[in-house]
Design a protein around this ligand. Structure first.
Ligand SMILES: Cc1cc2nc3c(=O)[nH]c(=O)nc-3n(C[C@H](O)[C@H](O)[C@H](O)COP(=O)(O)OP(=O)(O)OC[C@H]3O[C@@H](n4cnc5c(N)ncnc54)[C@H](O)[C@@H]3O)c2cc1C
Length: 304
């Protein structure tokens, strides 16, 4: 209850105060801030995936601008030789405005990324986008079999079937599917999404099992120590080689668990958001997941 109240008022607090709270989760406003963070991660054996924070867009011209921004980011990061991939949200490329134009923009990003040997993952957004984002992924996977990946959310009741269908449609030994699996961050209705914490965990492991035993590259995105332990059990059971999976975490979240995973010899990638629209990103995420407030409040009082 208190979390919900704090989450509700946070967006109305002075921006400077919210930045104090949020800076742990966002690299900064500029690309150079993201580069510094990734260099630091790389020096600890951790890879990055860069996300340019975008505001909700309303015109296709804004989507076009976002395309140019991403291409520029890929160009600059390739020059810097930092070890990172890229995460994109199709709605910032116009998915909800014009699907075909969105496909064209994301395709242009993929053309450039492929040229530079970079990987681009399509983040999964709320349920109104799920089918379109799967379709977008499938079209791009045909043309860029090794450079594009997708995200699945364990809380969505459709996810197991979606993964099963994609295994039949688009999974080959030469170009295996590459999926990030996460719990899911958006508030979805109970008729399409599991609401119970334990049920979500259960389905996360069911989906992960399906991915690992079929040779899908699995990006295991969680800060939940129970899921990390169970995932490692599955990896051991199926003797999954190191180049067939990785763990992923959000920048600033659960660094001690992250270090444990790295110390145990697993690959780790950290999601690094940056950009001037950090305020919207942080307020939205706090609203979407009031549990985060616990962590934020803790960060105000506990150092390290
Ligand atoms: C790399 C990565 C990419 C993601 N991509 C997507 C995506 O494309 N689509 C989507 O819907 N969701 C995405 N998510 C978010 C994900 O769906 C979950 O909402 C989030 O990771 C919390 O779930 P958890 O598995 O960490 O478990 P939880 O049980 O929620 O958290 C486990 C522990 O981690 C802490 N924690 C978790 N998240 C945060 C946070 N944000 N801030 C502070 N503390 C936190 C909690 O305090 C808790 O103790 C992504 C997550 C990661 C790590």
């Amino acid at each position: 209850m208190i979390n919900k109240v704090v989450a509700g008022t946070l967006p109305h607090m002075p921006k400077k105060l919210v930045w104090l709270i949020s800076k742990r989760y966002v690299a900064g406003e500029h690309l150079n801030d993201a580069i510094k963070v990734i260099e630091q991660l790389n020096s600890n054996g951790i890879k990055g995936t860069v996300d340019l924070l975008g505001e909700f867009i309303t015109t296709i011209d804004e989507a076009d601008i976002n395309k140019h921004r991403y291409i520029d980011i890929i160009r600059k990061l390739s020059k810097q030789k930092v070890d990172c991939s890229f995460s994109i949200k199709p709605t910032s490329f116009g998915l909800l405005i014009n699907k075909e134009r969105c496909y064209g923009f994301v395709r242009e990003v993929l053309v450039y990324a492929t040229l530079k040997g970079k990987f681009v993952r399509i983040d999964m957004e709320d349920s109104q986008c799920t089918s379109d984002e799967i379709e977008l992924f499938l079209r791009l996977k045909d043309e860029f079999p090794k450079n594009v990946g997708l995200v699945f959310q364990a809380y969505m009741k459709r996810t197991y079937n979606d993964i099963s269908n994609l295994l039949l449609q688009s999974h080959t030994e030469k170009a295996p599917l590459n999926f990030r699996l996460c719990k899911g961050i958006y508030v979805e209705p109970a008729y399409i999404a599991y609401k119970d914490f334990h049920q979500v965990r259960h389905h996360f492991l069911e989906d992960l099992d399906l991915m690992l035993k079929n040779g899908v590259y699995a990006a295991i995105a969680t800060h939940d120590p129970f899921l990390v332990r169970e995932a490692i059990d599955l990896i051991n059971r199926y003797e999954v080689p190191k180049d067939k999976y990785e763990f992923q975490m959000l920048y600033g979240v659960a660094p001690s668990l992250r270090n444990e995973i790295v110390k145990a010899g697993h690959n780790m990638r950290v999601y690094v958001p940056f950009g001037k629209y950090w305020f919207g990103y942080c307020s939205r995420r706090i609203k979407e997941n009031p549990k985060m407030v616990n962590d934020i409040v803790k960060a105000l009082f506990v150092r390290g």
